[in-house]
Design a protein around this ligand. Structure first.
Ligand code: NAP
Ligand code: 3JM
Length: 338
């Protein structure tokens, strides 16, 4: 008989939490009971899971009694406070926030890249940043063969990465622009207007001039790939897209690499789909990847400025592979025990 688990989603009413509920259902995750947790604001609200309407409960220190697996996506401060409480109660936490990602005794996992790290957990497993996840899924198979020395990446990130308030803000600002009322736009979530604009700032600025999002890509890539020698030079940009992050990625490798070899290796790589036919204007785009599970790669071409370099364009659904799906895949590996 299949074992089923007592599962909780923390931040269930959010953009990522709601996608977690969808993914648990779509992948038939063996759920014995599903507990939905959020702040006091959403207590009593009902969310649908497998045709049932489940009432959201307020998250408290007592929420984890009998819970075996908790998927957290309520922000880093909630994770910092409640993930250790859950772990102490015997729950295994898969945490979507940046709270524990760089802690040495917390595994940081992308199942296609470092599944073995899952079993080193001490109660908390961290889900990486969305932009990092899609990049390492595509780059690990190339690193294994050609050894990546340096990555230069620019991101084009959707507003859903910031949550549901940011999605509302883009919709409202767009409507105001079309009603010729730009003076009524008062940015609340971002420092500037996001409609019809690109913001070269994601998360806060650090002393080195990079943003926190950019440094997540540097540090998390090294930890997941298990290779501190990889140099990452990122620029992260918010674009007026609802769902899907895209990335222009340049790699410099130790061994010579050709676009043909890269296409062949990526076509066989787990979780990757190659969409690359310039003659037909075929390449991955956010409008096509939203709602899908794979990491899509196109525009694969030689870097004409250095001996061993390659350019590519990597796109994925940030709420699915970038967050909810990756977390559920971690939980699936965990219960499979391998
Ligand atoms: P969101 O749409 O704003 O949702 C936030 C969720 O957290 C809501 O369910 C909210 O509940 C809940 N929450 C807020 N404060 C809480 C509190 N004090 N106690 C309990 N629940 C609380 O945001 P989101 O986009 O889903 O993202 C949530 C978090 O997930 C982010 O802050 C980030 O840490 C993480 N995330 C990770 C990735 C990734 O790359 N892996 C991507 C996106 C997000 P209410 O409805 O009650 O307000
Ligand atoms: C807080 O697109 C994005 O803004 C990145 C997702 C995100 C994160 C994260 O996963 O790193 C949004 C808000 C965080 C965080 O630091 O936990």
């Amino acid at each position: 008989m299949l074992t089923a688990y007592h599962v909780a989603v923390v931040g269930a009413t959010g953009a990522v939490g709601m996608e977690m509920i969808n993914v648990l259902s779509q992948r038939n995750f063996p759920v014995e009971s599903l507990t939905l947790l959020a702040s006091e604001r959403s207590a009593g609200k009902r969310l649908e899971y497998n045709g049932k309407h489940i009432a959201v409960q307020k998250l408290t220190a007592d929420s984890f009694k009998g819970i075996e697996i908790a998927l957290f996506s309520a922000g880093a401060s909630v994770s910092k406070e409640f993930a250790p409480i859950a772990a102490k109660a015997g729950t295994v936490v898969v945490d979507n926030s940046s709270a524990f990602r760089m802690e040495p005794d917390v595994p940081l996992v992308v199942p296609e890249v470092n599944p073995q790290d899952i079993f080193k957990h001490k109660g908390i497993i961290a889900n990486p940043n969305c932009s990092t996840i899609q990049m390492v899924v595509a780059l690990k198979p190339l690193h294994d063969i050609f050894k990546i020395k340096r990555i230069v990446v620019s991101t084009y990130q959707a507003v859903s990465g910031t949550g549901k308030k940011a999605m509302d803000e883009l919709a409202e600002q767009t409507t105001k622009m079309f009603s010729f009322k730009p003076e009524e736009i008062k940015p609340r979530v971002y420092p500037h207007r996001i409609a019809f604009n690109c913001l070269p700032q994601i998360d806060v600025f650090l002393d080195n001039g990079y943003t926190k999002e950019e440094m997540k890509m540097v540090n998390e890539t090294r930890k997941i790939m298990g290779d501190d020698s990889i140099n990452v030079c990122p620029t992260t940009v918010r674009v007026p897209v609802f769902v899907g992050h895209a990335e222009a990625v340049n790699i410099e490798t130790q061994k010579p690499i050709t676009p043909e070899e890269a296409r062949r290796i990526l076509a066989a790589a787990p979780g990757v789909k190659v969409e690359d036919d310039p003659s037909q204007s075929v390449y991955p785009m956010q409008i096509n990847v939203a709602g899908t599970d794979d990491v899509f790669v196109g525009r694969i071409r030689q870097d004409i400025s250095i001996p061993n370099g390659l350019n590519m364009w990597i796109v994925a659904d940030n709420l699915r592979k970038g967050a909810a799906l990756n977390a559920v895949q971690i939980a699936e590996r965990l219960i499979a025990g391998r």
